[in-house]
Write a protein that binds this ligand. Structure first.
Ligand code: FAD
Length: 392
């Protein structure tokens, strides 16, 4: 007889912003949810992020990903207000807008293209001359040639966000097991029956993998045993790899800038408490979370290009995080096409903070009603290349 440490309607594996937000969305739909987190909730990529909610700033076309990202940005005011009411935590949603800057001819051509397609799509965007941009942000480099202002993009304090999410799960009665690694997903007769953890066996009707950069690594144990060569099939386990991003944090009192400032090479994010974040790198360096001399150098160079006064700011901190990158570049959201009660919420890559509220709502809808929301269809796990159970 198996020893259950917990039995729930849904078990969410991974307590980053994606797993936490999904657990809340499921609990709001009256599901009994258990969340299993290997370390402390929200201590990986979701802690390391810049918190920018900026779907328009870097978008070059309208596609399903852009639509998902804009819908999630637009869900933030209600989401932030609900979290404040549920927990008393202000996640510092900032809707001042972001500025995307051009420093050379190539950058200018890029922002002109972006301005053209976004205005023709009737999106909110303003073209600023160098003088207009510097009037808005006096600390901008005199080398700036032009800028786009995206008045609907913004930022959130992602560390306060994960703290609020963790607290709200208590309010909703979600059982959260921290320091509890999912060691194996047990599959019996084609369905997941539970996960093995050091604490014991966690059973549920449905399971969601939300393990960020580690999502491809949770092992399966099959009864009856089967041909393991299938495990390379994307339909069973989407391939997610870590892309390291390093970040610097300066003390900026009084604030150097009011807006999130982007260039094609880097960004500055002013926080309400007087910190100024500067990011970032994109490195395939495996699972090592190191801050390197090359990373510091690149980020500093790009920050100084935006605002030379950064040179005089005291450096407070530096860190790195592992972005979860899926092979398609887009997140993988939905039911496994091989194992009916297994779901994926993985591969949010550079936009997990932005995407969390809307993707959580869509996925919770799918898990609870079994109806696939249309907006999720483009992100479904790959269909099977061969069947898991008819080996041959
Ligand atoms: C430097 C940097 C800047 C970024 N800036 C932004 C930004 O400005 N805006 C934005 O929207 N996004 C940004 N991102 C991306 C964003 O941080 C990620 O997309 C998002 O945090 C992913 O959330 P997640 O929950 O999938 O992963 P994570 O936050 O990494 O959480 C995954 C969790 O799963 C747990 N886990 C792993 N394996 C197991 C297991 N076997 N059992 C139990 N638990 C397990 C881990 O311990 C971890 O807590 C940035 C990322 C970085 C690194």
């Amino acid at each position: 007889m198996r020893e259950f440490v917990e039995r729930a309607d849904v078990c969410v594996v991974g307590g980053g912003v994606v797993g936490l937000t999904l657990a809340r969305a499921l609990a709001r739909r009256k599901r009994h949810v258990v969340l299993v987190e290997r370390g402390a909730c929200g201590a990986e990529a979701s802690w390391a992020a810049g918190g920018m909610l900026a779907p328009q700033s870097e978008a070059d076309a309208s596609d399903p990903f852009f639509a998902l990202a804009c819908a999630s940005r637009d869900a933030y005011p209600a989401f932030a207000a609900a979290l404040l009411a549920e927990t008393g935590v202000d996640i510092e949603l900032d809707r001042t807008g972001t500025l995307y800057l051009a420093f050379d001819e190539q950058d200018e051509a890029e922002i002109e293209r972006r301005y053209a397609w976004q205005t023709s799509a009737e999106l909110a965007v303003e073209y600023l001359t160098a003088t207009q941009a510097r009037a808005l942000e006096p600390q901008l480099s005199t080398r700036v040639r032009a800028a786009l202002l995206f008045p609907r993009d913004g930022q959130v304090e992602n560390r306060r966000l994960v703290a609020a999410l963790k607290r709200t799960l208590e309010v909703y009665g979600v059982r959260v097991f921290e320091q509890t690694q999912a060691e194996a997903l047990r599959v019996e007769r084609g369905r997941i029956v539970g996960i093995e953890t050091a604490r014991g066996f966690v059973g549920a009707d449905a399971f969601v993998i939300a393990c960020g950069a580690w999502s491809s690594l949770v092992p399966f144990e099959f009864t009856p045993a089967r041909d393991e060569s299938h495990m390379n099939d994307e339909s069973i386990v989407p391939t997610v790899e870590p892309v390291r991003g390093q970040m610097l944090c300066f003390a900026a009192r009084p604030a150097l800038t009011q807006h999130v400032l982007y260039s094609p090479r880097g960004y500055l994010v002013p926080r309400r408490d007087g910190r100024m974040l500067a990011g970032s790198t994109s490195e395939r360096a495996g699972f090592t979370r190191a801050v390197t001399a090359a990373g510091l150098q690149a980020i500093t160079t790009h920050a100084l290009e935006i605002a030379p006064a950064v040179a005089d700011l005291p450096l407070l901190d530096a860190w790195s995080g592992l972005r979860p990158h899926a092979a398609s570049d887009w997140p993988v959201l939905g039911a496994s096409s091989e194992v009916p009660n297994l779901f994926y919420a993985v591969g949010h890559y550079r936009n997990g903070i932005l995407l969390a509220p809307h993707t959580a709502d869509l996925l919770a809808e799918l898990i609870v009603t079994h109806n696939m929301p249309r907006a999720l269809a483009p992100f479904a796990p790959a269909p099977p290349r061969r069947s898991l159970y008819s080996v041959g």
